[in-house]
Design a protein around this ligand. Sequence first.
Ligand code: ADP
Length: 448
Amino acid sequence: MFGKMKLRDKMTLWFTILTLLSVTVFSVAVYGIIHVVLKDLAANEIRLSLGQILSHVENEDGVLSFESGIPVPSDTMYFVTEENGSELFSYGADITLFDSVPTKPGEVRTISRETGTWLLLDSGVMTVDDFQVQVRVVASNARNERVLSTIRHVFLIALPVLFLLAIIGGRSIAGRSLQPIRQVVESANTIAKGDLSARIPPAVAQDELGEMTATLNHMLDNVEAAFKREKQFASDASHELRTPVAILRAYTETLIQNAGDDEERKASLNTILTECARMEKIISQLLTLTRGQEGRYPISMEEFALLPVFEGVREALTDKLVEKNNAFEISLDPSLTIQADQSLITELVLNLAENAIKYGKENGHIHASARQESDWVTLIVKDNGIGIPEETLPHIFERFYQADAARNRSGTGLGLSICDWIVKAHHGTIRAESKPGEGSSFIVKLPL
Ligand code: ADP
């Protein structure tokens, strides 16, 4: 159970346990010391009273006499006995309550009676002015009992209050101590979502956590710089490849024109031309993707109706649809509009629709639809084609990922990566659902 607890709760628990333990140990120690000190004081006081009483026993012309009016505390009783055991003087009505207590000279004893606890001291047989007397002093212990009981009550009330304070204080201290760690987690989450520019807010304190924040931010600077360099390289490389491929294509076209009737040569040159077109497509898609991911692609938001976009895509794909005898059905409310970059949304629908044809069946059926749900517009492109195996589904949005690259020479593996970037640039989501052999659906959600 302890392992599953949050760090904040663990820290609070430890803090509370430690506080309660320290307070309990401290309270017990203080109570014990006060108890001993009070007992000592009372014992001294009763011994003092005994001395006072003895000093009032006198030999008055050969007769034992006792001078009353001794300055002992009011709740003290005493009993003075002569040599022959007869009572010389007694003070306090309750002194008879202790008649049954046997004599133990010199020892201060605590005796309980219905009237409370009492301290009792016997003098034993003492010789005073040639007479032998015995004195018993009994003093009430009520005052000490009251003091100790008050202390016990204070502790009993203070403990639950301290317990509450320890929990509240512990939670607040743990919360404040863990704040920088929470910020690290939040920043790591933002970075994990793709925002490499996110940083952990610098800590004010120059402690270990401040050092950790500074080190992590420094590491993120380096990681971001490395990613930028990598993206820049891909973008620069695509840009540099454009011209040589264009030259290659131009020369090949000239060679085809001059090939005359040499069909074999023409076929070879046409293969080069096809591959040039494929390379040009990869280069242009890579440029779009790298520029987009670098944030260098200008996105212009405008409000437009979705129906013409869908119809335009169907129009653009007419040849391919006819070639495969595919039906392309569009269903959406003609008045449905969206605030987005029109050319990018067109490219998104075009990529999805092209894939639906490419991975669709002969005489297949494609259904493109859009509908508004509260603040979102959902676009769905559904086909009844070959479908996507479950194990490849999580990878199809990765760059250059192709489920069956060997058989799919016309593909680049970049179309869905571009779709993913377009959707993210509009703060939306894209996902695919598929059943191999039955078809696939690509579901895009865009905020209105
Ligand atoms: P490609 O240029 O290969 O089509 P994409 O990025 O557009 O690249 O798609 C990646 C992979 O996802 C494709 O190679 C294919 O295996 C799979 N795929 C995409 N769309 C569909 C679909 N409608 N039906 C089946 N598989 C699909």
